[in-house]
Design a protein around this ligand. Structure first.
Ligand code: SAM
Length: 313
């Protein structure tokens, strides 16, 4: 790789391990059960997103030579695709995936080796506070990895500062559950038995304008928000899908709060009924509804001229 090194060095002063983490609960979650669950269902997750990712990449317009940052990269599938799109014979382009989850990054590194992609690297860090190379990236992408910050304004400011002026940002996030069959159908089954918490005022994704405003304040311009809606295969049959949604994860946690042993069985039966009309010969398909948000970084700010923590630039 010429001049630009793929890995932003971890800058906690210790030189090893993860840099400062402020999203502590999310770090525990993704290094624990959520990370294990994601890895166990990685192929299913891939199929769910398969038709959405091309929208993300279309908006990102990655070109050979680009330095791409993938935030909340998980098991690295999109980072690897970005690295392939950025590859250049001279070796200047590549992709850096950043994620809180060490186990998911271990999978990402294996997948990169398996794919024979060498212009890619991964770093364990909290994107809200990680000291990225200032203005060191041409493109930032994120596939559902920007939805978990305690302080979204601080996180977006930090991430936008890692883009060069004119650099492009492209991200996907889920639409409100009420517009999104992927989560709306299983939650409907739960709500037949349990009163669900109301969506909160602080939920950024119910109102995309607020999301766009955050990006503008963080230093972006030309912010555009598009609805993308695609069929998603969520499992092989109804039993598989019900086992998935009532296994470890969000819905199981909702039910655990109620603490009724028989409840899970009743929810499973209702969910099976709900999913029956989505079953086809080739699996169970729902409509997955996301926001595609894309923008450009506006101008440099004064602190962008400070030397990069790892001596890049
Ligand atoms: C829903 S998963 C998406 C993973 C991947 N981008 C994909 O689409 O397959 C969200 C990811 O964001 C990561 N994440 C959450 N908060 C983060 C933070 N503050 N900094 C970096 N990564 C974070 C999680 O560890 C997890 O891997």
């Amino acid at each position: 790789m010429s001049r630009w090194r793929l890995t932003d060095l971890v800058t906690d002063g210790a030189g090893t391990g993860m840099s400062v983490v402020v999203n502590v609960a999310q770090a525990r979650r993704w290094n624990g059960e959520a990370g294990r669950n994601w890895i166990a269902n990685r192929k299913r997750q891939h199929l769910i997103r398969q038709r959405l990712i091309p929208h993300l990449l279309r908006a990102a317009q990655i070109r050979p030579g680009d330095r791409v940052l993938d935030v909340g990269c998980g098991c690295g599938e999109t980072t690897i695709m970005a690295a392939e799109a950025a590859a250049q014979p001279a070796g200047a382009g590549g992709a850096l995936g950043v994620d809180l989850s060490e186990p998911m990054l271990t999978v990402a590194r294996h997948l990169a080796v398996e794919a024979g992609v060498t212009n890619v690297d991964f770093v364990a860090a909290d994107a809200q506070v990680h000291r990225f190379s200032p203005a060191g990236h041409d493109v930032v992408i994120s596939s559902f990895g920007l939805m978990f910050f305690d302080d979204p304004a601080a996180a977006f400011t930090n991430i936008v500062a890692a883009m060069r002026p004119g650099g492009r940002l492209s991200l996907l996030c889920w639409r409100d559950d009420r517009d999104n069959e992927l989560f709306g159908v299983p939650l409907r089954a739960v709500s037949a038995h349990v009163r669900l918490p109301e969506p909160t005022e602080s939920d950024l994704f119910t109102e995309p304008r607020r999301f766009a405003d955050l990006l503008t304040v963080a230093g972006c311009t030309d912010v555009q928000v598009e609805r993308v809606t695609e069929p998603a295969r969520i499992g092989s049959d109804v039993a598989d899908v019900v086992a998935y949604f009532t296994g470890p994860g969000r819905i199981r946690n909702l039910l655990a709060e109620v603490g009724d042993e028989g409840l899970l069985q009743r929810v499973r039966a209702t969910m099976a009924q709900e999913f029956l009309c989505y079953a086809r010969a080739d699996g169970v398909w729902v409509t997955a509804a996301a926001w595609l948000v894309h923008a450009r970084r506006a101008d440099l700010r004064p602190d962008d001229t400070a030397p990069a923590p790892d001596g890049q630039n």
